[in-house]
Write a protein that binds this ligand. Structure first.
Ligand code: PXG
Ligand code: PLP
Length: 450
């Protein structure tokens, strides 16, 4: 195989060569002093430029659900690029976009049947919020401008999603210009009562009473939407307590508040169903998705809405634009081609069912880490899992990062979320891969120097 690094004249990765690239969400100086470079991927593995094999325990970044190096995707993308590199998405269209929207609605919860394309999870969230606000105006409820999120939620990094998310570092610096009129529910993470839960924890459904409290405070007539992740991913795999999502749905319906599920991580099989909505038996009004939509191969996100919402927009003069929103790269043909190839793979290989098959083994393996020094919790759902640690004294987050770095040295890729190690392997994972992941992570945990 010819190496793209040669084809594109990539210079040797000296310290100097690393300087120009300002890396996202990274400790730039720490990384550049001791880089962790990846240059190839296939199946369950990455390889470093020196040829060291790394087992992928997080599907890249929760996105490579079907495993790496799928030739069908590469071929679809190459052919699509050669046939038509770009098509303007405004007032114009191309068949791949319409087809991909159809394929998504085929696996979506019943009644959710229109898709708006964007380029990332963050854009999906901004789009969903704008749809929610305009929808409320269109149905004559224009006073509904408040939005509600949840602590420890992650909804991307743009202004709306950052404000609605509940990650303090993301909110602190830009707090002065954050979206007005936002409130938050408490998160559901309760180690005192739910530590070492397998699947959905028993305690916490009563936290939904906070939504009723906020409705009492602000009045329902001022609230447009609630956004939550069915399982919070980025902040460390927070599985919804039994009955919690159902209760949120009931309250939203009763008060005319739209329920948005941010399924950027949980979408496309991660929980064992196409969407968390189906897995937990709760149909929201809007679903945001990204990541697994193209198996991480080409940036793409989407917003799925109910027929009721779409129909509310289809009013006014037929030649008038219904929503003043869209991106240059909305429904980009390259991304659509990737998405279509991915939908075929998920279906043909029965990958969502495979999550259900592998989940019990993954659960048992992960929970075998209970009792190791410093481990305060192990939790899981589908092929999402997390191990939480007692932080190093006075250094929150340091233990999670140290674990991630030493795990990489040991040959496994995991994700640090504060003092939590998150795992979300590709759905092609075999029992032997799970054994290797847990064995190596266990060794790293045992060798931690407190
Ligand atoms: N919503 C959710 C629920 C997400 O998980 C986004 C929105 C934003 O998507 P984009 O494509 O704009 O990144 C995400 C993304 C982590 C991690 O460390 C997770 C994400 C992104 C970066 C890091 O777990 N999720
Ligand atoms: N900034 C300028 C000056 C633009 O012309 C555009 C799009 O035309 C944008 C930002 C938005 O870019 P995008 O559509 O890729 O989100």
């Amino acid at each position: 195989m010819t190496d793209i690094l040669n084809t594109l004249n990539v210079r040797p990765m000296t310290r100097e060569a690393l300087e120009a690239h300002w890396m996202p969400f990274s400790a730039n100086r720490n990384y550049k002093a001791k880089p962790r470079l990846l240059s190839r991927a296939k199946g369950m593995h990455y390889w470093t430029p020196e040829g060291r094999q790394i087992l992928d325990g997080v599907a890249g970044l929760w996105c490579v659900n079907a495993g790496h190096g799928r030739t069908e995707i590469a071929e679809a993308v190459g052919q699509s690029l050669a046939q038509m590199d770009f098509a303007p998405p405004f007032q114009m269209g191309h068949p791949l976009a319409f087809e991909l929207a159809n394929r998504i609605t085929e696996i979506a919860p019943a009644g959710m049947d229109h898709v708006f394309f964007v380029n990332s999870g963050s854009e999906a969230v901004e789009t969903a919020l704008k749809i929610a606000l305009q929808y409320q105006r269109l149905r004559g409820e224009g006073t509904r401008t408040r939005l509600i999120g949840r602590e420890r939620g992650y909804h991307g990094v743009n202004f709306g999603g950052m404000t609605l998310g509940g990650m303090p570092p993301n909110r602190k610096v830009w707090s002065g210009v954050m979206t007005a009129g936002v409130d938050h529910l408490s998160h559901t993470h309760d180690l005192a009562r739910n530590a070492f839960s397998r699947g959905q924890p028993e305690h916490g459904a009563n936290l939904t009473s906070e939504l009723e409290r906020l409705i009492g405070l602000h009045d329902a007539s001022n609230i447009a939407a609630l956004i939550v992740e069915p399982v919070a991913g980025s902040t460390g795999v927070l599985v919804p307590p039994k009955g919690y999502l159902q209760k949120l749905r009931e309250i939203c319906t009763k008060h005319g508040i739209l329920l948005i599920f941010d399924e950027v991580i949980t979408g496309f099989g991660r929980t064992g169903s196409a969407f968390g909505a189906q897995e937990f038996g709760v149909t929201p009004d809007i679903i945001t998705m990204a990541k697994g939509l193209t198996n991480g191969s080409v940036p793409m996100g989407a917003v799925l809405v109910s027929k009721e919402i779409y129909d509310a927009f289809m009013v006014g003069p037929e030649a008038a634009v219904e929503m003043f929103h869209g991106y240059t790269y909305s429904s980009h043909p390259t991304a659509c081609a990737a998405g279509l190839a991915v939908m075929d793979i998920y279906k043909r290989d029965g990958l969502f069912e495979r999550v259900k098959e592998m989940a019990p083994y993954f659960e048992d393996a992960l929970h075998s880490l209970k009792g190791l020094p410093g481990v305060t919790d192990v939790r899981n759902y589908g092929l999402m899992g997390a191990v939480e640690y007692e932080p190093f004294a006075g250094k929150p987050g340091a233990r999670g990062f140290d674990t991630f770095v030493r795990a990489f040295d040991a040959g496994i890729l995991v994700r640090a979320a504060g003092d939590i190690t998150a795992l979300s392997p590709p759905f092609i994972v075999e029992k032997s891969h799970i054994d290797e992941l847990v064995e190596k992570l266990g060794k790293v945990i045992r060798e931690t120097k407190v």
